[in-house]
Design a protein around this ligand. Structure first.
Ligand SMILES: Nc1nc2c(ncn2[C@@H]2O[C@H](COP(=O)(O)OP(=O)(O)OP(=O)(O)O)[C@@H](O)[C@H]2O)c(=O)[nH]1
Ligand SMILES: [Zn+2]
Length: 194
């Protein structure tokens, strides 16, 4: 774990306000550097942790006996429409209206359902690519459950594409990460997408 240097963030936000030609000492901006630093500490919390540390943090699994032996039948667990926000690493711009669907086939251990949403939340709280949010979630689910059969489907809007640049306000991006048996048998998963 590493801390975010909030003092340095505040210092640089002040410099940014100056660079934009504004007066960081005027009434409305006086508190802004500290406020932004506190906000960044919250929205970039995931930058404090590696994927391994996030896996340890949310390693709440149950053995198959307790859960009725779902894995004996190769049953799939799907948690659908986890809503997240993230920030694109190219523009520091918001990714919004994002929904994540995670599926996996338990391999002796099932993970607490809320932990799947917590993992998605935490990896989104980084400077990200939509593609990498998917691979980060899949890596962590595999580490926690020991299952290689993981799929992650993400839809999202990128403000760097909607509010500026190409300005395609209705455009959504869809990404999928398919691991293990989902690479060959993804049909059963795909019916959960929408
Ligand atoms: N693959 C991927 N690309 C992204 C993501 N978020 C933003 N981008 C893209 O990153 C690219 C950066 O391109 P650049 O040409 O360096 O930046 P730019 O001049 O601002 O590009 P425009 O957005 O086309 O104006 C753009 O095409 C963005 O749309 C993401 O999550 N995944
Ligand atoms: Zn961007």
């Amino acid at each position: 774990m590493k801390e975010i240097d909030t003092e340095a963030v505040a210092y640089h936000i002040r410099g940014l306000l100056e660079a934009l030609g504004d007066d960081p000492d005027r009434e409305g901006l006086k508190e802004t550097p500290q406020r932004v630093a506190r906000m960044y500490e919250e929205v970039f919390e995931g930058m404090k942790y590696t994927n391994e540390e996030i896996a340890q943090m949310f390693d709440k699994t149950f053995s198959e006996d307790e859960e009725g032996g779902a894995d004996r039948y190769g049953d799939m667990v799907v948690v659908k429409d986890i809503d997240i926000f993230s920030y694109c690493e190219h523009h520091l711009a918001l990714m919004y209206d994002m929904k994540v669907t995670v599926a996996y086939v338990p391999n002796g251990k099932v993970i607490g359902l809320s932990k799947i949403a917590r993992i998605a939340d935490m990896v989104a709280k980084r400077l990200q690519l939509q593609e990498r949010i998917g691979t980060d979630i899949a890596d962590i689910i595999t580490q926690v459950t020991g299952s290689e059969d993981v799929a992650v489907y993400i839809e999202g809007c990128h403000s760097c594409m909607t509010a500026r640049g190409i300005r395609k306000t209705n455009t959504k991006t869809y990404t999928q990460t398919l691991r293990g048996r989902f690479q060959n048998e993804s049909n059963g998963f795909m019916q959960w997408w929408r």
